[in-house]
Design a binder for this molecule. Structure first.
Ligand code: NAD
Ligand code: IPM
Ligand code: MN
Length: 354
C-alpha cells in the first residue's frame, strides 16, 4: 500500500501529521503501508519554484493513494496564476484523472449542538455529494483577462462539459446511490446555462440504466436553500465542479464544522487522492488549533475506496466516534461541558481510541 503524503501549506502539515500517526498505528499492527512525503502547493513553490514539481509528480503517479492536507496562503496570492498553490492542486487532480470527488456530509450525533442549524434539522444527516472534479469552468477554455472589442479590460471563463465527462460522473453517483437510499438529486442551472441543460439531459439518460434509483433535478440556487431548510431530503447529490465546490462547503456546516468533512477524489480504477474539504486556514495556521478529524476521516476513506479495507476504515471511524462521545473537541466544534483539545491533542485521543 504505497501512499504519498503531501502536507501542503498552512494547517496542512499539522492536520496531516495527526492522520499519519493514525496510519502509523495501523502499520505497527501489521497493515503493509509505505508512506513517502513530498511538497505540493506553496511549500513546493518555495522549494522548487513549481507548485507541482517533478519529484511530487513522480511520487504521486507511483503511489496507490495520496493523502493531502491543504494548499494556499495569502503570501502566494500575488504570484502569476500558474505558480499559485491552488494551480498545483488542480494540476495533480487533472494529471491523475481524479474526476470523481466524493464529499460525505455526515452528522455525528454528539455534534448536533455544534451545527449552527437546529438539532432536529440536522440529526441523522447522511448526504453524499458527488462533485465532478476535472471539468467545468475550472478547466474550460478559453479563459483569461484581456482587452475586449470596446477597448475595455474584461475577465472571462468558459463552462464546458463533454458527454463522456457527464456520463462517467453520473454513473459514479448512481452506483453509490444503489448502495444507499437509492436517491440521486442532480443539481444544475439548466434554466440559464446551456452547459448544465446538457448535463441534465445526459444524467437523465444515464438514469435509464438504473431503474431502482430515483432521479430528481434541482436548480443550484434552490439546492443551496434546501440544504439549510431541510437537508435530510437528500441522499446523493451529483453536480459539476463549481456547484459542488460551493455546496460542499455549505453542507459542511450541517455537520458542525468544515473541519469534519473528508473527501476522496477517484480515478476510474479507484486510485485516489484523499483530503479534507477545507483549505489551509491561514488564520489559525501554526497554532495547533485546527481540527484534524476531516483529514483522519479522509485516511479512513482511503482504506475503504483504494485499498478495499472496510475493516480498517471502520476502525478509524469508530475511533473518531469514540473521542467525540468522550467529549474531546477542537475549538471549531467546542461546546461548554466538553474538553477542549488542540490539533495534536485530538490526534492523541484518536490514536488512544484506536
Ligand atoms: P479555509 O477552508 O482555509 O478556511 C475557512 C474558515 O474555516 C477559516 O476560518 C478557517 O480557520 C476555518 N477552518 C478550515 N479548516 C479548519 C479546520 N480543520 N479546523 C478548524 N477550522 C478550520 O478557506 P479560505 O480561508 O477561503 O482559504 C484559505 C486558503 O486555502 C486559500 O489560499 C485557498 O485557496 C485555500 N484552499 C485550499 C483548499 C485545498 O487545498 N483543498 C480548499 C479550500 C481553500
Ligand atoms: C477545494 C478547494 C479547491 C477547489 C481550490 C483550492 C482549488 O476549494 O478543494 O474545495 O476549488 O476545488
Ligand atoms: Mn472548496
Amino acid at each position: 500500500m504505497k501512499i504519498a503524503i503531501l502536507p501542503g501549506d498552512g494547517i496542512g502539515p499539522e492536520i496531516v501529521a495527526q492522520a499519519v500517526r493514525v496510519l502509523e498505528k495501523l502499520k505497527a499492527e501489521g497493515l503493509p503501508l509505505q508512506l513517502d512525503t513530498a511538497p505540493l502547493g506553496g511549500a513546493a513553490y518555495d522549494q522548487y519554484g513549481d507548485p507541482y514539481p517533478e519529484v511530487t509528480q513522480k511520487l504521486a503517479r507511483e503511489a496507490d493513494a495520496i493523502l493531502l492536507g491543504a494548499v494556499g496562503g495569502p503570501q502566494y496570492d500575488g504570484l502569476p496564476r500558474d505558480m499559485r498553490p491552488e494551480r498545483g492542486l488542480l494540476r495533480i487532480r487533472k494529471d491523475l484523472g481524479l474526476f470523481a470527488n466524493l464529499r460525505p456530509a455526515i452528522l455525528y450525533p454528539e455534534l448536533a449542538g455544534a451545527s449552527t442549524l437546529k438539532p432536529e434539522v440536522v440529526s441523522g444527516l447522511d448526504i453524499m455529494i458527488v462533485r465532478e472534479l476535472t471539468g467545468d469552468i475550472y478547466f474550460g477554455q478559453p479563459r483569461g483577462i484581456h482587452v475586449n472589442e470596446a477597448g475595455e479590460r474584461e475577465g472571462f471563463n468558459t463552462m464546458r462539459y463533454s458527454e463522456s465527462e457527464i456520463r462517467r460522473i453520473a454513473k459514479v453517483a448512481f452506483d453509490i446511490a444503489q448502495k444507499r437510499q437509492g436517491k440521486v438529486c442532480s443539481v444544475d442551472k439548466a434554466n440559464v446555462l446551456e452547459c448544465t441543460e446538457f448535463w441534465k439531459e445526459i444524467v437523465t439518460d444515464v438514469a435509464k440504466d438504473y431503474p431502482a434509483v430515483q432521479l430528481s433535478h434541482m436548480y443550484v440556487d434552490n439546492a443551496a436553500m434546501q440544504l439549510v431548510r431541510a437537508p435530510k431530503q437528500f441522499d446523493v447529490i451529483v453536480t459539476g465542479n463549481i456547484f459542488g465546490d460551493i455546496l460542499s462547503d455549505e453542507a459542511s456546516m450541517l455537520t458542525g464544522s468544515i473541519g469534519m468533512l473528508p473527501s476522496a477524489s477517484l480515478d476510474a480504477n479507484n486510485k485516489g487522492l484523499y483530503e479534507p474539504c477545507h483549505g489551509s486556514a491561514p488564520d489559525i495556521a501554526g497554532k495547533n488549533l485546527a481540527n484534524p478529524l476531516a483529514t483522519i476521516l479522509s485516511a479512513a476513506m482511503m482504506l475503504r475506496y483504494t485499498f478495499n479495507r472496510e475493516d480498517a476504515a471502520q476502525r478509524i471511524e469508530t475511533a473518531v466516534k469514540t473521542v467525540l462521545q468522550k467529549g474531546y473537541r477542537t475549538a471549531d466544534i467546542y461546546e461548554s461541558g466538553c474538553e477542549k483539545v488542540s490539533c495534536s491533542g485530538m490526534g492523541d485521543a484518536v490514536v488512544a481510541a484506536l
